[in-house]
Design a protein around this ligand. Structure first.
Ligand code: UDP
Length: 448
């Protein structure tokens, strides 16, 4: 008798090839796999994830057509536009092959909103698709305003306007708007217009939590014709294996084990941001003079003009002795959940912000560009669980900020609010909004 091949639901996940996008997509994959779906990750060669960390997934690389020159330029806008132009044909070919190989399986696609070429391919092949948005809703709303201002030619705005509030976006000021300085305004508009186009996909998944973004969510719900699932924070929903592109230095956890409760400030500027030699020196002395222990991630290449820590000021390493630990890349989620960590100096990427809020860790916000400025303002002015360093970095101000965040009485309110917010986020996951959205999402995918 002929053996019957068992059919399954295969989900094809298309992450955008940057760390802050790969993490939530693989975490989502881990969750959906635990609910019985087969997971295939279709990824570019550029910044390809490590398949050996996820033996439960199938990985399919597609050519991305990026030139070395484009990659080395670091121009995110140009790279993302190029990926969308280059990957459509190869993705279509990859899916067609998959459908031929597994005719018994039904396929659905979940794609990062930046990889919008996926939607056109899904429509062409008649495959159901869902968008994953890995930015905050508040940033998405602010970007809509940026688009309107760009279309009116209002950028660049005069310096005198920079501290003015943006109408309807309180507490954002013009200087906080998520505008990219990687490329021309024209190219940035082109990218954002595509990200904001009305989608034909069946639903939108958002890596956020209702209690964090209630008013922005209500605004988006009015405009969106399809269900929105706010299922975050994804890193707590699915404790995936490492999703890091760089090797995590787990030695820093042993170092943290030796520090006392809530004493350490963790410092990291994420996977893309960089600082100047002058800023490095101010940060170094500010941290050293604060007398708090610190764990500092200095990513190779993140100090302009050096490979790693060669430009640290003379005498700094001797001054900090065992009070400081410097690594190239940390297991950040583990670090923020560690009992010894009491504060986070962050560039305020959305993942880092969510990771900090969900562990009840108050923040020093030092955004570098784009959405980071929105989140810094949001954490410091709306959640009130952090303080923003807005001026040129200066060691005295840094020292005072670290002490306020970690130990001084005038930072107590911030520390308490951070703990309260952590509890609210936990409630969302345990029977609250995120829990319900996850179940509804699974039902929707099963119905395809
Ligand atoms: N991250 C990490 N180790 C580090 C620094 C960052 O694992 O040493 C992770 C962090 O947990 C987060 C991601 O990298 O999930 C960075 O994403 P985010 O959105 O915060 O910022 P981006 O890198 O996109 O600017």
């Amino acid at each position: 008798m002929e053996k019957k091949t068992q059919s399954c639901k295969r989900l094809v996940l298309v992450p955008c090839p940057y760390q802050g996008h790969i993490n939530p997509m693989l975490q989502l994959g881990t969750f959906l796999h635990s609910r019985g779906f087969s997971i295939t990750i279709v990824h570019t060669h550029f910044n390809s994830p490590n398949p050996s960390n996820h033996p439960e997934f199938t990985f399919l690389p597609i050519p991305d057509g990026l030139t070395e020159h484009e990659i080395l330029s670091g121009n995110l806008v140009a790279i993302l536009l190029a990926l969308n132009a280059n990957c459509k044909a190869s993705f279509q070919q990859c899916l067609t092959q998959l459908m031929e190989q597994e005719p018994q399986n039904s396929i659905s696609i979940i794609y990062d909103d930046i990889m919008y070429f996926s939607e056109a391919v899904a429509n062409y092949l008649n495959i159901p698709s869902i968008v994953l948005r890995t930015v905050s809703i508040t940033n998405f709303v602010a970007r809509s305003t940026v688009l309107q201002l760009l279309s009116k030619g209002s950028f660049p705005f005069p310096e005198s306007m920079s501290r003015n509030p943006v109408p309807d976006l309180d507490p954002l000021r013009f200087k906080d708007l998520p505008i990219s300085n990687f490329d021309t305004y024209e190219n940035y508009s082109k990218l954002v217009v595509n990200l904001h186009k009305v989608r034909t996909s069946a639903a939108v998944i958002w890596n956020t939590v209702d209690c964090l973004e209630q008013s922005s969510l209500a605004q988006i719900q009015q405009q969106c014709q399809v269900p929105i699932f706010t299922i975050g924070p994804l890193h707590k929903i699915a404790t995936a294996a490492s999703t890091s592109l760089l090797e995590e230095d787990i030695g820093c956890i042993t170092w943290l084990d030796k520090q006392s409760h809530n004493s350490v400030i963790y410092v990291s500027l994420g996977s893309v941001a960089s600082i100047s030699e002058k800023e490095l020196a101010e940060m170094a002395w500010g941290l050293a003079n604060s007398k708090q222990p610190f764990l500092w991630v200095i990513r190779p290449g993140s100090i302009c003009g050096s490979d790693w820590i060669e430009l640290l000021p003379q005498g700094f390493i001797e001054a900090i002795r065992e009070r400081g630990c410097i690594v190239k890349w940390a297991p950040q989620r583990q670090v923020l959940a560690h009992d010894a960590v009491g504060g986070f100096w962050s560039h305020c990427g959305w993942n880092s912000t969510l990771e900090s809020l969900s562990e009840g860790v108050p923040m020093i916000c030092r955004p570098c560009f784009s959405d980071q400025k929105v989140h810094a303002r949001y954490v410091s002015q709306v959640c009130k669980t952090g303080l923003q360093l807005e001026n040129e970095l200066e060691r005295g101000e840094i020292e005072r900020a670290v002490r306020k965040l970690m130990v001084d009485d005038d930072g107590k309110g911030m520390r308490e609010r951070a703990k309260e917010l952590k509890e609210k986020i936990e409630v969302s996951m345990k029977g609250g909004s995120s829990y319900h959205c996850l179940n509804e999402l699974v039902e929707l995918i099963r119905s395809f």
